[in-house]
Design a protein around this ligand. Structure first.
Ligand SMILES: [Fe+2]
Length: 161
């Protein structure tokens, strides 16, 4: 395996683990929010993360990469939650709009380094991040259809309310 390949696979594993942690993170955040609508939204965001991890899983398996266990990843995800526990809903959304576009760029760049057959899954990785950013922007704007990008990503064609 060339260094370039090794680097690609390490990054892939890192991105996979971050999605697993992302699901835990959004679920843990539910303890910080008491409004039903906010908690429902966090559940959907957690589903986006889980779905993304599931999309990447076959590639991880194909390369024989072994992710850390949930038990190992949970404390790391808990740190993310801890760092944001002071945030109200608007603050959380603002953080997503500020921080997540960096990942959109990273994932787009990563697509260009990928072997052909990994690209469809990596395009979904990019799409999930765009959906999260779009959702947060709509939330900040007070748009009642803020969940549309999330529903689109998850393939839900009807509101879950
Ligand atoms: Fe994610």
């Amino acid at each position: 395996m060339t260094t370039k390949n090794a680097q690609y696979r390490n990054t892939l594993l890192e991105y996979f683990e971050e999605e697993v942690m992302g699901e835990i993170y959004f679920r843990e955040l539910m303890y910080n929010f008491s409004r039903d609508d906010e908690r429902k939204k966090l559940t959907l965001l957690a589903n986006v993360e889980r779905t993304t991890a599931e999309i990447l899983h076959p590639i991880i398996d194909r390369y024989g990469l072994i992710p850390r266990s949930d038990a190992e990843l949970e404390p790391l995800a808990a740190q993310w939650t801890e760092q944001r526990k002071h945030l109200n809903w608007q603050g959380l959304m603002q953080g997503m709009v500020t921080e997540y576009p960096v990942y959109v760029d990273l994932f787009k760049k990563f697509e260009t380094q990928a072997p052909q057959r990994d690209i469809p899954a990596l395009k979904r990785l990019t799409a999930h991040e765009i959906a999260l950013v779009d959702f947060a922007k709509l939330e900040i704007a007070g748009n009642p259809d803020s969940l549309m990008p999330i529903h689109d990503f998850l393939g839900i064609s009807f509101p879950t309310e």
